[in-house]
Design a protein around this ligand. Structure first.
Ligand code: SAM
Length: 346
């Protein structure tokens, strides 16, 4: 195992890498690099990363978290041959030997439980040579230079023959946290969990329950797909440069099935977004007056639903919900029933 003072996340090592490459941070890409080994440990523990895991990291930066993922996923058989105590690519040989051993044991290489892999997707071209220089010795690391939002995830999983659940682990760029998380879940690719560093306020919203000020469309969307758990609160001084706000590590454990039965999930999420779009209004007024929904909503099967106040009131009555209720008081189950009720009327 690498000794702790050799990790990129140690502040003096991060500074050395940045100075060597004359790297200037791009604020618009959310570049706040992690410089705290304790936080790194907490992320790896919260994500439960071990040998054989397949990990996907969005935004590796100079490789602080990537390196920890690569170390934690090395095959157990290669445990005494990690990068710190090998010379000239012998890590590659050690991993290759473990791969061969697994193959000899009759396990196919794609989807092999014994062989881990780390995929790291970075948008900033200046970081690619730095990552290659710092982490090029890990044979089970694939660095991809692209915008994560442009990846066709199902096609990517198929190309890479990823057939078992992936653990997503990332210190996310804050400007694009929600779209990344929704793209991951909505893609339908096999995910075990998503463990990410996000702004503290966003972590609170993901975990929020009805009736609280943090509860909203993001809480419902995340809780439909996953069970959230805040694993750590992280102050600004754990990053370089320091962000203006506190951060948190949140683990979203993928549910095997959604917690509610809903005929048209896409329609339910349209209702949810409209309900919280104008959160001071009653649910009836937000839905009936929603610019996004309009007076008629098309379902996934092509049928149209008229969303008048009367129709919505009737649906609420059937669910024994008050006609003056606000969206923020409704549980996911209530939204599912409401969506199902309205769908039946179409
Ligand atoms: N993982 C590193 C760490 O913890 O030190 C860096 C994290 S930094 C908060 C976010 C990283 O995401 C940056 O390296 C940034 O360039 C990258 N990034 C920003 N937008 C991206 C996108 N759309 N696709 C892929 N990477 C992106």
């Amino acid at each position: 195992m690498k000794s702790r003072d050799e990790f990129i996340a140690v502040p003096k090592n991060t500074i050395q890498v940045l100075q060597k490459h004359g790297f200037q941070f791009k604020k618009q890409l959310g570049q706040n690099f992690l410089i705290d080994m304790h936080v790194l440990d907490k992320i790896i523990r919260a994500a439960d990363i071990g040998p054989g895991d397949i990990c996907l990291e969005i935004g590796p930066g100079i490789g602080s978290l990537t390196q920890a993922l690569c170390e934690a996923t090395l095959p157990a058989e290669a445990g005494d041959a990690r990068p710190d105590d090998t010379v000239d690519g012998s890590v590659g040989e050690a991993v290759d030997a473990a791969v061969d051993a697994a193959a000899d044991a009759g396990v196919a290489s794609a989807g092999n439980d014994a062989i881990g892999h780390v995929y790291a997707v970075e948008i900033d071209d200046r970081l690619i040579p730095i990552l290659q220089e710092n982490l090029g010795d890990y044979p089970h690391l694939t660095i991809l230079h692209t915008d994560f939002m442009k990846i066709d995830l199902p096609a990517f999983f198929e190309e890479q023959q990823i057939s078992r659940p992936v653990k997503v682990v990332a210190n996310l760029p804050y400007y694009i946290t929600t779209p990344i998380i929704m793209a991951l879940f909505e893609s339908g690719v096999p995910l075990a969990s998503v463990t990410v560093m996000v702004q503290e306020e966003v972590a609170r919203r993901m975990q929020a329950k009805p009736g609280t000020k943090d509860y909203g469309a993001l809480s419902l969307a995340v809780q439909y797909y996953a069970e959230p758990y805040i694993a750590a609160h992280v102050p600004p001084n754990c990053f370089m440069p320091r962000p203006n706000v506190g951060s948190a590590v949140i683990r979203l454990t993928r549910r095997s099935a959604p917690p509610v039965e809903v005929c048209d999930a896409h329609f339910m999420f349209k209702l949810i977004r409209a309900a919280f779009g104008q959160r001071r209004k009653t649910l009836v007024n937000s839905l009936a007056g929603s610019p996004e929904l309009g007076s008629q909503v098309r379902l996934s099967n092509g049928r149209l639903i008229p969303l008048t106040k009367e129709v919505i009131q009737q649906a609420l009555e059937k669910e024994n919900l008050s006609p003056t209720i606000r969206g923020e008081a409704l549980f996911l189950q209530d939204f599912a029933k409401l969506a199902n009720n309205l769908t039946e009327q179409a």
